[in-house]
Write a protein that binds this ligand. Structure first.
Ligand code: URA
Ligand code: ZN
Length: 380
C-alpha cells in the first residue's frame, strides 16, 4: 500500500516555560494570572482587549492548560491528527513588549530552547525563531546571524508592528537585508488587531470573536500592504514572506488595493516590468504575491483556500492548525473541529496533487525539511 503523503503543520505555537515565567512576573497585558480558586486554570491575558475591567479577573483572557507549554501534548495532538511534522513558533506577542536591553537575552534563550526541543524530536519538529524587536537593529541582526548556528530554525516569526512603527519603517532595512541574504522565511502573524473602539460597547458579550475573526485578518492585511507600498519588495526582491491566516484578507482585497494605487495621483506613473504604465511600487502587487508570498491555509473554508491558491499558486499555500488555540470546548483530546475544518477546506477545493502539496510538500520545499520519522524523545 502506498504510504500517505506527509502532513506538515507550519502554524503551531508554544509558550516555553521560561516565557510563561516571564508572563507570570507581569501585571499588565501580556501576563498570566494564576487562579484564585482551587481547580481553576491559570488565565492568559495577551490581547489588548483581554484586560476588560467589566469582567471578573477569573474570566478575563482565556484559560490555559498544558497544551500551551508541553511538547508532549503537542506531539500527542500531532499524532491524533496524523500530522507528520510541525514547525513550532513562540505565540504572540513574542518579545515585542520587553525593554530594549532585555530583548536580546530573551531571544537567545527562547531560540536556544526551540533548537533544543526540536533536536530532541528529530524529523518531527522544526521552528521559527523569535527576534528581539524592541532592541536596536544591529542587535536584531546579530540574532538573525546567530540563527545560522541553530540547524532546526528554518525562519522567523514576526508581528505586525516591527520596531514599533510598522513594517514600512525604513529602520527595518538592515533586518530585511539580513533575512533576505540568509534566505530565512518570515512568518508574519497578527497580534494587535484593530482599535477596540471599533468593536463597540457590547464587545465583551462576544468574547474573542471580533478581534480574532476580523481584527487579526485586517491587521495582517494592513501590515503587508504597508510593506508593499513602501517598496520593501523592490529593495529586497528575494524576501520570502509566509503570511498567517491565508493572508488575512489579501487574496480577496488585492484587486481593490491595486486599483486604489492605480487611481492615486500621489504615486507618479512609471513603466512596470511588462513595459506598461503603472503607479506605485516597481514590482506590482500580483508579481510580489507570485514571487515573494506564501500563505498558510488556516482559513477554515474552501473559498478561503481557493482564493489563496488563486493569488499565490497551489505550490505556495501551506497547511497549519494554530494549535494550541481553538481547542475543543469540551476539553477532549480527540480530533479538534478547528483542525478538521482546515483539512476539509484543503481537500474539498483541490485535486490530489494540490492537496498533498498544501498539506506537506510545499512546507518541505520552502523550509528544506528532511522528513524522517525518528524517535521523538518527548513522545509518550
Ligand atoms: N491564534 C493565535 O495565534 N493567537 C491568538 O492569540 C489567538 C489565536
Ligand atoms: Zn497563530
Amino acid at each position: 500500500m502506498a504510504s500517505e503523503p506527509p502532513v506538515i503543520d507550519i502554524h503551531t505555537h508554544v509558550y516555553s516555560s521560561s516565557y510563561i515565567s516571564l508572563l507570570r512576573s507581569r501585571t499588565t497585558v501580556p501576563y498570566l494570572l494564576d487562579p484564585f480558586e482551587k481547580g481553576a486554570s491559570p488565565r492568559l491575558l495577551i490581547l489588548p482587549s483581554d484586560d476588560d475591567p467589566s469582567l471578573p479577573p477569573g474570566s478575563r483572557g482565556r484559560p490555559i492548560d498544558p497544551s500551551y507549554t508541553d511538547i508532549g501534548a503537542k506531539l500527542n495532538f500531532m499524532s491524533t491528527h496524523h500530522i507528520t511534522a510541525s514547525v513550532i513558533s513562540l505565540a504572540n506577542p513574542w518579545l515585542d513588549f520587553l525593554p530594549p536591553e532585555e530583548g536580546p537575552g530573551w531571544a537567545r534563550m527562547i531560540n536556544d530552547e526551540l533548537e533544543f526541543t526540536c533536536n530532541r524530536n528529530q524529523g518531527k519538529l522544526w521552528a521559527f525563531a523569535t527576534l528581539p524587536l524592541s532592541a536596536s537593529p544591529p542587535d536584531i541582526v546579530t540574532e538573525v546571524d546567530r540563527l545560522q548556528t541553530l540547524p532546526h530554525i528554518r525562519g522567523i516569526i514576526l508581528g505586525t508592528t516591527g520596531l514599533g512603527n510598522g513594517l514600512d519603517d525604513p529602520n527595518l532595512d538592515s533586518i530585511w537585508a539580513a533575512l533576505e541574504e540568509k534566505q530565512l522565511p518570515i512568518f508574519l502573524h497578527p497580534h494587535y488587531g484593530l482599535p477596540s473602539s471599533l468593536y463597540g460597547p457590547r464587545a465583551s458579550e462576544y468574547g474573542h470573536v471580533l478581534p480574532l475573526s476580523l481584527g487579526f485578518p485586517m491587521e495582517t492585511t494592513i501590515a503587508f500592504t504597508r510593506m508593499w507600498l513602501s517598496g520593501v519588495f523592490d529593495r529586497y526582491p528575494k524576501l520570502k514572506l509566509l503570511i498567517a491566516h491565508s493572508g488575512g484578507t489579501i487574496p480577496f482585497l488585492a484587486g481593490r488595493i491595486d486599483s486604489c494605487v492605480q487611481h492615486e495621483r500621489h504615486f507618479p506613473e512609471h513603466s512596470n516590468e511588462y513595459g506598461e504604465k503603472s503607479r506605485g511600487p516597481e514590482r506590482s502587487l500580483d508579481r510580489v504575491l507570485l514571487d515573494n508570498i506564501w500563505l498558510d491555509a488556516v482559513v477554515y473554508s474552501e473559498t478561503g483556500v481557493r482564493a489563496a491558491v488563486d493569488k499565490v499558486s497551489y505550490k505556495k499555500v501551506l497547511f497549519g492548525t494554530d494549535h494550541p488555540f481553538f481547542p475543543r470546548l469540551d476539553g477532549g483530546a480527540e480530533k479538534w473541529a478547528s483542525v478538521e475544518t482546515n483539512f476539509d477546506a484543503v481537500a474539498g477545493g483541490q485535486d490530489n496533487a494540490g492537496s498533498s502539496a498544501i498539506l506537506g510538500g510545499n512546507a518541505i520545499a520552502l523550509l528544506g525539511l528532511e522528513i524522517n520519522p525518528g524517535k521523538a524523545e518527548d513522545s509518550p
